[in-house]
Ligand binder design. Sequence first.
Ligand SMILES: *Cc1c(COP(=O)(O)O)cnc(C)c1O
Length: 232
Amino acid sequence: MSTELLQRYQHVLQRIHKACQQAERRPESVALLAVSKTKPVEDIELIAQQGQTSFGENYVQEALQKIALHPELDWHFIGPIQSNKTKPIAEHFNWVHSIDRLKIARRLSDQRPADKAPLNVLLEVNISGEQSKAGFQPQDLMQAASEIAQLPNLNLRGLMAIPQAVTDFESQRIPFAKMRSLLESLQKALPDCQLDTLSMGMSGDLEAAIMEGATMVRIGTDIFGARDYSQS
Ligand SMILES: *Cc1c(COP(=O)(O)O)cnc(C)c1O
């Protein structure tokens, strides 16, 4: 079991490396976020021993237990955020990828402890325009970003998306290319922000995301194996 996990982890690192070569990008320009939701802390420890430092979690209670055991790791909240859950997120995470409303951003800024560095945040974009998906509509992004950039205890770092799942490479590239161009517009409009992050690409589409400029890929299944259906 543990050797399988290590092999899958190494295989994902190789895929990222190869995708960078194909995109003519430096491998260090793409960070791997290991998405450990629903997985035991032992699995996290095993790949942390291999040098993996950043982990993504979707469920607050589950994440808090893992963070308490490993506060030295770099924890990213990537799941949907209910407004009554912002306080523990503001207190215990280093990054939040799933900001989809102004109200959530304000609460996170208000609740970020004063002795911690500003919370790194990404705005989630509903890039495929799916009714069921969270995220800002692209046309609302600029206004939201300029307001969120003013919040004192947040550091607006970029954008995140979960595009509609499709299997062929050329179709996968389309929403990722749109994301890159949205980030470029934001960089022009907000030159004083540290807008250096495009969080996009999951197990099934990391190569297309890297081709279009992803700086962080979020990989769960292809590292840790399939999750329980009920929790995925
Ligand atoms: C679960 C999840 C992932 C990981 O997806 P896999 O397909 O298992 O790699 C990435 N991003 C978000 C926001 C997730 O919720």
